[in-house]
Write a protein of this length. Structure first.
Length: 429
């Protein structure tokens, strides 16, 4: 399993800078909008963060808001997805199909092109689905211009037909009828948080229905990617999707390193699974626009779930079971007990030579002079990772830590009851 959100490569940094220039070239901004762009960005930001039940439908069809979205929110969202897609174990074959629900201005397609340059010569069919055709058409123009800027126009034209990836735009939502080959990847990026406020139904009902839809649509050897904002409600929803995908026999490829109960399932009283990373790699021009719009962004967050093939699920479960220390297997407690049980959890005895895979999740927080902590997730439940600032620097949100027996301390976190893993255990008592 991989570290999530790796540093951008030099090529990715270059292409993200290039994306901003391409947007300006493909979609020239009318003079009347240029001076007002920061104000329009701030207006759209306020609209996107207010109660969704008060939001007007089709807001991206309004020219000044669409312009603000394409020049600000699109590149920010592409940056977030590039960080994620760079690490995921994506696998495609020639002529594979990808379904992209809530495609907007082809955010996922643009991010995939930048994140995975090895796919650029493959013939892929991407079906982009959205309620607003004009925003998808704008995205097609940007994608065409980006392809030609990175590869050069194959025949001196900008005809979409010459692009290595075949983009098919479809007006509709999650229930739109689809024909053609079974997709190798089904993705829904920032789709379900909109439904939380539009549908009078509980998250478990929505998760059950959508997991059935996505699982049924995707090939048995294909993958499903759902990405949502890093807010409690979205983290809870992703945890519910994960549970449903497991029940349907799919493997969970990321962020999880196990198939046990999620120890960070979210509201009402529990921590939620979400990841944060800094924005130092964001293009300077985009940071400048953030500053002018008075929307500082020092870090990006997300919750997500990446489910894999059905036929790998049992093998992954067996592999994980064989890697769990015996004392952890014998635990009578659910991993949920570690999240708020306080005194419950597996016996903190020495265990075998097997390491314990941990996904580091939370931001770092102080544990006293010279010590930092981060919460992580493992097959035994919630874990507190502890270390000096120097040792903790190697384990940021999204990284994998394989904890050796020597790192496991005979103590628990006073707040949650989670076992403590010390990064500095090998350096001293």
């Amino acid at each position: 399993m991989m570290n999530l959100f790796p540093p951008l490569t030099a090529q990715q940094n270059h292409d993200l800078d290039l994306l901003l220039r391409v947007i300006e070239k493909a979609l020239p901004l009318p003079a009347r909008f240029k001076e007002e762009l920061p104000r329009h960005v701030a207006e759209l930001s306020a609209l996107l963060t207010r109660d969704r039940s008060e939001r007007e439908g089709g807001y991206l069809g309004r020219p000044h808001l669409q312009s603000a979205y394409l020049r600000y929110f699109l590149p920010w969202n592409v940056f977030r997805l590039v960080k994620l897609l760079s690490a995921l174990p994506l696998s495609f074959q020639e002529e594979d199909t990808i379904i992209d629900y809530g495609a907007g201005p082809l955010t996922f397609t643009l991010a995939l092109w930048i994140a995975r340059p090895e796919l650029r010569t493959m013939s892929l069919h991407i079906k982009c689905i959205d309620h607003t055709p004009s925003i998808m058409e704008a995205g097609k123009k940007v994608f065409t211009a980006l392809v030609h800027a990175t590869l050069g126009p194959q025949d001196g034209t900008s005809d979409v037909a010459v692009l290595p990836w075949h983009i098919h735009t479809i007006k509709g939502g999650l229930d739109v009828p689809l024909k053609g080959p079974t997709p190798a990847l089904v993705c829904a990026i920032n789709v379900y948080n909109e439904l939380f406020w539009k549908k009078a139904e509980d998250a478990p009902v929505l998760a059950q229905r959508e997991s059935r839809r996505l699982h049924g649509l995707c090939a048995r050897n294909g993958s499903i990617l759902v990405v949502e904002p890093g807010i409690p409600r979205s983290g809870h929803f992703c945890s519910l999707l994960r549970e449903n995908f497991i029940q349907r026999g799919r493997s969970i490829l990321a962020p999880c390193l196990h198939r046990e109960d999620c120890p960070m399932p979210g509201p009402p009283r529990q921590k939620w699974c979400h990841f944060a990373f800094d924005t130092a790699e964001v293009p300077t021009a985009l940071k400048d626009l953030s500053r002018k719009a008075h929307i500082p962004k020092e870090r990006a967050t997300m919750s997500f779930i990446f489910a894999g093939p059905v036929d790998l699920a049992s093998q992954i479960a067996l592999n994980e079971a064989s890697n769990v220390p015996n004392t952890l297997k014998e635990s009578p407690h659910s991993s949920r007990d570690l999240q708020g049980g306080g005194k419950k959890g597996f016996p903190l005895r020495s265990f075998s030579s097997s390491s314990l895979p941990i996904r580091v999740i939370s931001d770092a927080f102080s544990l006293g002079p010279g010590l930092l902590g981060r919460y992580g997730c493992a097959s035994c439940g919630l874990v507190l990772v502890r270390g000096t600032p120097a040792s903790m620097a190697a384990y940021t949100s999204g990284n994998r830590l394989d904890a050796s027996p020597a790192m496991m301390k005979k103590e628990r976190d006073q707040k949650t009851g989670a076992p403590v893993v010390s990064l500095d255990a090998a350096k001293g008592p």
